[in-house]
Design a protein around this ligand. Structure first.
Ligand code: A2P
Length: 276
């Protein structure tokens, strides 16, 4: 499980474990609690949640009730997508901290450049306000690193132009068929780490013929091919599962996909969520 214990160093020196547990769509309560407990028991040290997932309370409780010290776990949460003012961001952060029951957060992201209900709307001013509030929380030591999620190149340029802190992370959907080389190259050039949610395309990638054939070739599972692909692309995958056996499987990715096979996987075009 070498990859689990490896880290990237973010642009402010903070270490980010290379694989995290995702919790999107996992209901608050026993599902989230058990999934986080299982992940921590099996070596995960990076947990991703969001106010919008509604499960911060269970994430926080699972972490507190585990025997892993808080300081050894990297926790990300996100500002709800409709919050685009300075004061509301400050309030939303306190709500997140109350729900998690933490003294500090490792990474706080603007969840999206626009409210989910108004995708594509120009919220440049609001994003700057929200990010400035996050900068204040960062400078006050409440958050160890700050960043963005689902941001395009122009959304990031807006932050770079009007704010002082370069985002440490851009978290985007990233899986075989949906890599985004241009955005990734831009982020890498600015020192912004790409974190990828839904590395299994919420499960749909697992039935793809090419991915299945690749799994046979390497004697691993399709899920492991998908997760390893992200790692070899320099992306931090956030696989999620409510089953301990799969949580373990998703962490056992200590093998190497040959460059020529990465190329084959890269050539799968289109969103794997459409495959079945
Ligand atoms: P489950 O929670 O029942 O294990 P993604 O991380 O891309 O969002 O994908 C998550 C989906 O993939 C969930 O439906 C999860 O279901 C399923 N899943 C996660 N890990 C595996 C695995 N190793 N094998 C098969 N399905 C998996």
């Amino acid at each position: 499980m070498i990859s689990m214990h490896q880290t990237y160093t973010l642009n402010n020196g903070v270490k980010l474990p290379k694989i995290g547990l995702g919790t999107w769509q996992v209901p608050n309560g026993e599902d989230t609690y058990n999934s986080v407990r299982a992940a921590l028991k099996n070596g995960y040290r990076h947990i991703d949640t969001a106010a919008g997932y509604g499960n911060e309370e269970s994430v926080g409780r699972a972490i507190k009730e585990s025997c892993v010290p808080r300081k050894d776990i990297f926790v990300t949460s996100k500002l709800e997508s409709h919050v685009k003012t300075y004061d509301e961001t400050m309030n939303a952060f306190e709500e997140t901290m109350n729900a998690l029951g933490f003294e500090y957060l490792d990474l706080y992201l603007i969840h999206a450049p626009w409210p989910w209900s108004e995708m594509g709307k120009n919220c440049d001013e609001g994003n700057v306000e929200a990010f400035k509030a996050m900068e204040k929380l960062y400078n006050d030591g409440r958050i160890r690193s700050i960043g963005v999620s689902n941001f395009s190149i122009s959304d990031i340029k807006n932050i770079l132009t009007h704010c002082d802190v370069t985002p440490a992370v851009n978290q985007i959907g990233y899986f075989i068929g949906l890599d985004n080389d241009e955005l990734q190259a831009f982020c890498e050039d600015k020192g912004i780490q790409i974190v990828g949610y839904s590395p299994l395309a919420i499960g749909y990638a697992l039935s793809n013929d090419t991915i299945q054939a690749m799994a046979k070739k390497y004697d691993v599972t399709p899920a492991q091919i998908c997760i390893r692909y992200d790692l070899q692309k320099g992306v931090v995958p956030l696989p999620k599962s409510t089953h301990e056996s799969r949580i373990i499987e998703n962490s056992q990715v200590d093998f190497t996909i040959k460059e020529e096979d990465i190329e084959v996987l890269s050539n799968i075009k289109g969103d794997p969520r459409q495959f079945d």
